[in-house]
Design a protein around this ligand. Sequence first.
Ligand SMILES: NC(=O)c1ccc[n+]([C@@H]2O[C@H](COP(=O)([O-])OP(=O)(O)OC[C@H]3O[C@@H](n4cnc5c(N)ncnc54)[C@H](O)[C@@H]3O)[C@@H](O)[C@H]2O)c1
Length: 250
Amino acid sequence: MNTRYRLDEKVAVVTGCASGVGESVAKLFSELGAKVLAVDVNGDGLATAMDRIDNVACLSIDVTANGAEEEIVNAALEHFDQIDIVINNAGRVIYAEIDELTDEIWDMHLNVNVTAAMRICRSAASELRKRPFGRIVNIGSAVTMRSSPGLAAYTASKNALEGLTRVLSQELLPDITVNCIHPGNILSGMTIPLMEKDPSLKERYENFSPMGRQALPEDISHAALFLCLEASSYINGIGLNVDGGYVASG
Ligand SMILES: NC(=O)c1ccc[n+]([C@@H]2O[C@H](COP(=O)([O-])OP(=O)(O)OC[C@H]3O[C@@H](n4cnc5c(N)ncnc54)[C@H](O)[C@@H]3O)[C@@H](O)[C@H]2O)c1
């Protein structure tokens, strides 16, 4: 395969790798030649998900912990000496309509979904600048364009992540691109437990997209790969909907 479509000699930091999108990104990037620092707060889940994947080092850490961003960058450098790619994917959601929306729930969304991503970008920026090529991909959500009741905190956090993406795409030029992916509803660790509790959600989630199915984690990891290729060097500051047409149908 043309090397422009591979990730040989690249080092990627990927957060949220114990399941879903992050697990899929780490596996795909490793298959295509990258070395991956796989990060997750769920250490056991991370070890299981990354078992027998080549060129992956695991770091069990809460991305919101004090100093986590420095530990993440240091771990990547200790294992692999460089950082070329950062995928800010770790994320959480708790449904709470306004009467139940506590400060704790609000702060949790901002801390995990955007503040941690900002800190990792800040901490990794000087390493990315040393390289001839740098890529940051933030995993946002289609809720930035179409949201639903109970998702005020999640939606605010993902809109903030989109804003962070746009500004960093201007600040880190010329060699580092910063983009955001907006997935629609994904069959993953975020939605499977909810569907197990309330089986009627399955049909609702499938019907969000005019394609009549939820995204698979691979749908999102392939989009992340596309944005991280050398061949994608002119794509910067975008929000890429990977939602089966959900936003377009609204
Ligand atoms: N599932 C969906 O329908 C959906 C839709 C749009 C966007 N997204 C976004 O996609 C991304 C990946 O989610 P997913 O669907 O793969 O969910 P997932 O729950 O399968 O994976 C998320 C991972 O992030 C980890 N994580 C959560 N908080 C963390 C923390 N503080 N520190 C370190 N790791 C932490 C979890 O342990 C988990 O392994 C998230 O940013 C999510 O907001 C998901």
